[in-house]
Design a binder for this molecule. Structure first.
Ligand code: ANZ
Ligand code: ZN
Length: 800
């Protein structure tokens, strides 16, 4: 066949999409399969090769599953709220709605040009009021259950974007969007109480089918630790400073205390503090630093000793100093620690700088040199009733003692914090809450949802991080849903993570006006059988969405405890230079230039052939041509097809079926394609290719390069397209080896190899081995002392 990719791809795309060939059928009798890929943010530049790679894994799986007889749900949508659109709208003075609609149109057309088999009748758009009505509805349920609340706190604030950022949006101390260093600012913000679900989020990971690194990232993010709360009375006050420690066994070595600069005791006991000015100055300095700088970077410990306050270590009975230092975080544990310089590296550095006592309470190290932190080997010393115990034993004994004395108790802590859930931006879901002077905060009734974004012509954030919605009087002034009195609306909007926390539910019933999705449809489709997305979303997005899902399960809205059964993550495609693709490095690749020149099938094939799917891989333009040559060969092979069997290549054919099957399921798409290439090369050498065998080949190629496969399939005379053509199964009887290779060595050195039929007996093999020309020169005139035969593998002749 003459391979004209443009005509072929246009023809089949029209056929598939006009006939809705990838339609997912609610309640079909076939077994269901729900394949989910992370929906894109529809940016103005369109899709890049990374998008194509991200969707390709489950595109292959979806096409294969349909052939295997499944009713497949493989949907697509748009996570369209967010800053880039809003910034672009401000810059170009266009409404974000208009920008979003244009971008979505581009994305949709590009997805189709790549030939993806999404069910486009189920598209969702998080900025569609019919969609965000339900995002708001979920927020109301969270609010009514006390899981959404407002609190004063220090927040990460980007002075350039003028928005509050979550820790995850400001990793490394920089704004995720604009790279400006983030500062700490006190603000009244919305939180979702995700910490209440910490244990269940951890628990649910046990059943998630995923790579260890993906599970470990989530576990670390949740960050569970076990230890104790211990009380330290503050001398001459009625205050008790409570600390959280994972090492209560070291209590006899606690020689000073450290509190975070934001600790409330500094306000409560201000009149007793003699060096308040120095402490206030220190607080100002600390506020300029990010958490990352405070914890990770501060090699040189800073701090101020509180002049006027001391505490008592109730175990030693000694009075100990209290310091303010920024290596202690206000948001973790109790915001105060007992410092054990002998056995904690940070405390050791601090103690050396400030001249505090260092006491050894775990024997085994040399605390004159450094903190001794080995907890497996250490034995307690200088610790009264704990002496001679191991660390593990001492932990049990001390907690028992603390609880008996009423000065402490066992405690669990999570690194994870409550989810800061608001932005001061226009292009987001309005938070459906009103503030009433009589009733306080009141959630809107379901009948008043969606609370629409008001029309404005000014999208710039208000001063001091206020949302632009605060400038719109008609929006702000309203009446209380409870008492009818005057009230004002919340003007913050939700973060972008909101809409993506439940979109996979909406796909099951995208046009429902009465519920977020009908329960019976959720029951039919859930859980998601396989979810693929970016490694960077394994913590934030996946954990947030699991939290919402668990909450919705608790209130009876969804039928499964967990949303996802299996999770994989693709590696990034790097530029030719091995660097991350970026406009500034000019190393980006436009997938649509390649589609135009070589075709979507070539692009799809190459993007999966490029390297291990789960690893980062650099782009290689020569590889694109190689992929195209493979398709050319596949098309040429059609001229060799004859309607009569051919036994010559059956073994490799069936081994390829088996290999491709296994590789696809194990996300080893590159080796699956390599096997197909080998098969096509072998078939090209055959005198003729049997029709039935060529059909098998086309079916194996179809998930990767569906347009050309369909065209060749039709050329064979098929009137039905390949979407539901049955996936091939290998025939084991055709895979039995008929010959084997035997290595022949003399005195342990390999001299030759020979092919023999598999059922050859030992005597024949030894005789044949001695007849080999290359062997003879080494045994001629010598005595054979021993003849060793390792069945099916090798012969060794020992001569002297
Ligand atoms: C005494 C001690 C002795 C500690 C020792 C460690 C080693 P993870 O495992 O991360 O939970 N800590 C507690 N709250 C803190 C805060 N707000 N900011 C900074 N550090 C804090 O760590 C718990 C340990 O980190 C606690 O155990 C505490 O120091 C410190 F040999 O207490 B430890
Ligand atoms: Zn009211």
């Amino acid at each position: 066949m003459e391979y004209n990719h443009k005509a072929i791809e246009a023809k089949w795309q029209q056929h598939w999409y006009d006939n809705d060939r990838f339609h997912a059928e609610d309640f079909s009798d076939k077994p269901k399969y729900y394949a989910l890929v992370e929906f894109p943010y529809p940016s103005g530049v369109g899709m890049h090769v990374g998008h194509i790679r991200a969707y390709s894994s489950l595109e292959i799986i979806s096409r294969k599953r349909r052939m295997e007889g499944y009713n497949v749900l493989f949907p697509m949508g748009f996570d369209a709220f967010g800053l880039p659109t809003e910034n672009y709208a401000i810059k170009t003075n266009t409404h974000p709605r208009e920008v979003t609609d244009t971008n979505i149109k581009t994305f949709l057309s590009q997805l189709k040009q790549a030939g993806f088999s999404f069910d486009f009748s189920r598209n969702v758009d998080t900025t569609d009021p019919n969609y965000y009505k339900w995002t708001q509805w979920i927020f109301v349920q969270l609010f009514n259950k006390g899981l959404a609340f407002r609190d004063k706190t220090y927040v990460n604030y980007c002075p350039s974007c003028k928005v509050v950022l979550s820790n995850e949006d400001s990793q490394g101390g920089k704004c995720d969007r604009c790279e400006t260093p983030v500062i700490q600012k006190e603000k009244d913000v919305w939180f979702l109480r995700i910490t209440e679900y910490a244990e269940r989020l951890l628990e649910g990971l046990k059943d998630l089918e995923t790579l260890p690194r993906i599970r470990i990232e989530q576990e670390n993010w949740i960050g569970k630790s076990t230890g104790a709360h211990v009380d330290f009375p503050v001398n001459n006050t009625d205050e008790v400073l409570q600390v959280y420690t994972t090492r209560p066994d070291t209590l006899f070595g606690a020689t000073f205390m450290v509190i975070a600069p934001e600790h409330e005791i500094l306000v409560r006991q201000a009149d007793k503090i003699n060096n308040l000015d120095a402490i206030k100055a220190y607080q100002v300095e600390a506020r300029k630093k990010t958490e990352f700088e405070r914890v990770e970077l501060a090699k040189d410990k800073t701090g101020v000793e509180i002049d006027g306050l001391t505490a008592t270590n109730l175990l030693t009975g000694k009075s100990i100093p209290i310091f303010v230092a920024d290596y202690v975080m206000i948001g973790y544990g109790t915001g105060a620690i007992m410092a054990v310089p002998g056995h904690d590296t940070r405390d050791y550095e601090f103690a050396q700088k400030f001249g505090c006592d260092i006491i050894e309470v775990i024997a085994g190290g040399d605390i004159a040199k450094e903190a001794y932190t080995d907890t497996d080997e250490g034995i307690l010393v200088n610790s009264d009733f704990l002496n001679d115990l191991s660390v593990a034993e001492a932990k049990v004994a001390i907690i028992d003692h603390l609880e008996k004395e009423g000065i402490g108790h066992k405690a669990i802590n999570y690194k994870m914090k409550d989810w800061a859930f608001n932005r001061q931006r226009y292009w987001g879901e309005p938070i459906p809450i009103v503030h009433c002077d009589n009733c306080g905060m009141v959630a809107l009734d379901e009948k008043d949802l969606p609370l629409l974004l008001p029309e404005v012509d000014q999208f710039e954030p208000g001063e001091d991080g206020q949302s632009p919605l605060a400038n719109i009087d008609e929006f702000v002034h309203t009446t209380c849903p409870k008492c009818g009195g005057p009230a004002h609306r919340e003007t913050d909007t939700m973060p972008q993570w909101a809409g993506s926390s439940w979109y996979f539910l909406r796909y099951t019933d995208p046009h429902n006006d009465n519920e977020l999705a009908a329960y019976d449809k959720l029951k039919y489709w859930l859980p998601v059988d396989w979810y693929n997305g970016g490694m960077e979303h394994v913590t934030r997005h996946v954990i947030y969405s699991r939290f919402w899902h668990q909450f919705l399960y608790d209130i009876g809205v969804v039928p499964t405890k967990e949303p996802y059964k299996k999770r994989t993550a693709q590696g990034m495609i790097l530029g030719e230079d091995g660097e991350k693709m970026s406009k500034s490095l000019q190393n980006t690749v436009d997938p649509y230039v390649i589609i135009d020149e070589f075709g979507a099938d070539t692009l799809r094939l190459y993007i999966l052939f490029i390297g291990d799917y789960e690893q980062a891989t650099p782009w290689n333009p020569n590889g694109v041509k190689g992929a195209r040559r493979f398709l050319d060969k596949l098309a040429r092979l059609e001229e060799k097809v004859e309607d009569k069997p051919n036994e010559d290549y059956q073994m490799i054919l069936h081994k390829t079926i088996q290999g491709v099957e296994e590789d696809i399921e194990n996300v080893k798409f590159n080796t699956a394609i390599a096997k197909l290439m080998t098969l096509v090369n072998e078939l090209s050498k055959a005198n003729h290719v049997a029709t039935a065998d060529y059909e098998i080949l086309l079916k194996l190629v179809y998930p990767f390069a569906p347009h050309i496969a369909e065209e060749l399939w039709q050329l064979l005379g098929h009137t039905e397209d390949m979407v539901y053509a049955p996936w091939p199964v290998y025939d084991e009887s055709k895979m039995v080896e008929t010959s084997m290779t035997i290595v022949v060595s003399v005195n342990g050195k390999v001299r030759d190899r020979m092919e023999v039929p598999v059922d050859t007996d030992k005597a024949t093999i030894l005789a044949k081995a001695k007849e080999l020309e290359k062997v003879q020169s080494f045994i001629d005139g010598k005595t054979i002392r021993k003849e060793i035969y390792v069945p099916n593998k090798l012969v060794n002749l020992v001569v002297s």
